[in-house]
Design a protein around this ligand. Structure first.
Ligand code: ATP
Ligand code: MG
Length: 423
């Protein structure tokens, strides 16, 4: 036997037992999107590396050390997408979606980041992602957040908490960046190596540091909220009112800066205390400057991304239930003619009773072995076919959860099964 091939670190297989959780999350989010007028967009997994460098920022963790990028045969630098926003903005620009238009969009799919794998942190992970283009007011910020609150509710998720902050306009942020740089320069020796490196390029990222030794220094740093421009302050105040009237509780976290460079004004994060240090389950914010930064016409925009693995872990942690897929009918058959007739019969039942779930035992073996599999499948009813039954044009029908076995003619079988299942 040859050696088997190891899976890649941080890349998971979703096995059939896990799939119902994924389906549940996906169907609930899709349903909510459709009730808010969000339409699906699907974008490639691969883009030019330059797109992410320009959108996410050169001094971010993602671009500095997490991107899966490589040269293709023509020497172009390509990257597996680490997030969806940059790709969706690129798609909106390349397809002319932004000229005098508004769009509410969503996408669901895998993202790739070369991080250290641990519970809730993987190298291929999935996001549900929402983006709204063309809306400048705080109402859409509120709506995007209300939409996530509704998703939690429908999924049965509690133990999530909303944190919000405002990063102001690009100009206000630039002024604050200078102020912060000055502050941290004054305490240069207390900064760790990562933060010293970030000091010139992107001092805001220092606020995001998880190094406990720097916590005090960071706590005493000037606050962005004290240096906002008036319009951003008004936008933020209005958002808070809208959240209050929408019944969504929040806390203002003035240290919430987010790891990507493109945000302006509103940023938010849903966090949980149930998943250890991977505590963010959904994060987002406004990025009014990104579209022009990527060569499109000025378009206000805001979005969020939800980490699907983390939400599923949370649902499991909280004891949520998902329906398990089980067949309604299990067809047991033994004998040459029964096998061929059974396959045909299953087809005709599927045609006559659309939606009825029929699993055929194609594994062979004795009736006894097949009945064991029938029981294990969770089906309500077994249809039993031997060569004798085929010769008589009828099947034995055996309820698997108590009840008498009967004999039913092939012609009447579909209707009979439907009646039994719907009882
Ligand atoms: P974190 O601070 O946990 O690294 P982030 O700020 O990098 O998160 P975003 O880029 O905003 O996360 O992505 C949005 C969401 O995607 C996060 O809130 C999280 O739920 C999820 N996510 C991000 N990175 C990973 C990963 N490597 N594995 C699994 N989920 C992830
Ligand atoms: Mg991260």
């Amino acid at each position: 036997m040859s050696e088997h091939i190891e899976p890649l670190r941080g890349m998971n297989d979703v096995l059939p037992d896990e799939a119902p959780w994924w389906n549940r999350l996906e169907s609930v989010t899709r349903e909510v999107f459709s009730t808010y007028g969000y339409r699906e967009i699907r974008v490639p997994l691969l883009e030019r590396t330059q797109l992410f460098k320009r959108a996410i920022g050169e001094h971010t963790d993602i671009v500095e050390k997490e991107m899966f990028s490589f040269e293709d045969r023509d020497g172009q630098s390509l990257a597996l997408r680490p997030e969806a926003t940059a790709s969706i903005v690129r798609a909106a620009i390349s397809n002319g979606l932004l000229h005098n238009q508004k769009h509410r969009l969503f996408t669901i799919g895998p993202m790739f980041r070369g991080e250290r794998p641990q519970k809730g942190r993987y190298r291929q992970f999935y996001q549900v992602d929402a983006e709204a283009f063309g809306y400048s007011g705080p109402e859409v910020d509120a709506e995007l957040i209300l939409m996530t609150a509704r998703m939690w509710q429908l999924l049965g998720i509690s133990r999530v908490r909303l944190e919000i902050n405002s990063l102001g306009t690009a100009e206000a942020r630039a002024r604050y960046r200078d102020l912060l740089r000055e502050y941290f320069r004054g305490h240069y020796s207390q900064l760790d190596a990562d933060s010293q490196r970030r000091l010139e390029g992107n001092p805001l990222r220092i606020l995001d540091s998880k190094n406990a030794d720097m916590a005090q220094l960071i706590a005493a740093a000037p606050l962005l909220t004290d240096h906002l421009d008036d319009e951003s302050t008004a936008h933020f105040e209005r958002l808070k009112k809208l959240l209050e009237s929408g019944g969504v509780a929040y806390t203002v976290n003035p240290r919430l800066v987010r790891g990507l460079d493109y945000y302006s004004r509103t940023v938010f994060e849903w966090v949980t205390d149930a998943l250890g240090s991977q505590n963010a389950v959904c994060s987002g914010g406004r990025y009014d400057g990104l579209v022009t930064q990527l060569g499109g016409e000025a378009t206000p925009a805001i979005g969020w991304a939800m980490g699907m693995e983390r939400v599923i872990l949370l649902m499991q942690e909280l004891g949520c239930q998902v329906p398990v897929e089980q067949p309604d009918v299990y067809v047991v058959m033994a004998g040459e003619s029964a096998l061929a007739r059974g396959l045909q019969l299953a087809e005709s039942i599927r045609t006559a009773a659309p939606g009825l779930k029929i699993e055929t035992d194609l594994g062979g073996g004795s009736f006894k072995a097949q009945f064991k599999r029938a029981d294990k499948s969770g089906a309500h009813v077994a249809v039993v076919l031997g060569d004798d039954e085929v010769a008589r044009g009828e099947a034995s029908v055996k309820p698997l959860r108590g009840g008498e076995q009967t004999t039913v003619s092939f012609d009447a079988l579909a209707a009979h099964l439907v009646a039994m299942i719907s009882k």
